[in-house]
Design a binder for this molecule. Structure first.
Ligand code: SAM
Length: 250
């Protein structure tokens, strides 16, 4: 999908900011080789680098990689697809924040590639959307689409249950050490347009297929429908549910 890397960092900087505890779970050591899969604009890649690890950021979006290279010129970033990447030399750890749920075409292929990129005993530490993630937001989208006579929106994400993802990890050669599944309501502080701004950023491809004059009324309808659950006195809140895990390559 086409990302807006400037709006991603300015209005949705919470995505990487909320990833800081995941870097602690990774606990990168000086000299370790770490791969950051779905690195986006590289904010967490840089954080891992600052702990002394040697990090490669991979992302499927040329726009995200361009911004990452521009803001962190000393770090290696390449364009690559999580479903289909290989590395010349195995890594000590693969890290991934808020990206695996976008790699929805074949989650097993992604896990297999991660395994192949790791040394035996290497760590796979990641956080992604879990089952029920953004349920209010996506329900508002479905209803708004229906209200406007449109077919159900084809949402691009894979939000597995903890049991389902743990089984995939185990089937694909990992031992699961830690697996957490939790609600993480997230203030959309930099999104004055509320749920509509969230849809514009994260469902840009779904909007791209629609007649232009329909987009604004449709997004207004999304806001009306989502407001009772997600708009507070203090502002809009996204109903995130996260799956966070640390697994080790057998
Ligand atoms: C929400 S952003 C998260 C970026 C970054 N990890 C962070 O914490 O800010 C999701 C990222 O996953 C990337 N992505 C989506 N599908 C991908 C794929 N199949 N292969 C590699 N990267 C992908 C997107 O381009 C995007 O940069």
């Amino acid at each position: 999908m086409r990302w807006n890397s400037r709006a991603y960092d300015s209005s949705f900087g919470y995505v990487s900011a909320k990833g800081a505890p995941l870097v602690d779970l990774l606990d990168p050591q000086p000299g370790e080789r770490v791969l950051d899969l779905g690195c986006g604009t590289g904010v967490l890649t840089a954080e891992i680098t600052s702990r002394g690890a040697q990090v490669l950021g991979i992302d499927g979006s040329p726009v995200m990689i361009e911004k990452a290279l521009a803001q962190f010129p000393g770090i290696d970033f390449i364009i690559g697809d999580g479903h289909d990447f290989t590395v010349a030399q195995a890594y000590d750890a693969v890290f991934s924040n808020a990206a695996l749920h976008w790699m929805s075409r074949d989650p097993d292929a992604v896990i297999e590639n991660v395994r192949e990129a790791l040394v035996p005993g290497g760590r796979f530490v990641a956080e992604m959307g879990g089952s029920g993630n953004c349920a209010e937001l996506t329900a508002a989208m479905s209803t708004a689409w229906r209200d406007y006579g449109l077919p159900e929106p084809e949402l691009p994400w894979y939000f597995p249950t903890p049991a389902e993802y743990a089984a995939r990890l185990e089937r694909n050669g990992f031992v699961v050490r830690i697996l957490e599944y939790f609600d993480r309501p997230t203030p959309l502080d930099e999104c004055p347009g509320g749920a509509a701004d969230w849809v514009r950023m994260f469902a840009a491809n779904v909007l791209a297929g629609l007649p232009k004059d329909l987009v604004e009324p449709l997004l207004r309808r999304v806001n009306e429908l989502a407001a009772p659950a997600l708009r507070r006195e203090t502002g809009w809140m996204a109903d995130y549910v996260r799956l966070r895990f640390a697994a080790v390559r057998r």
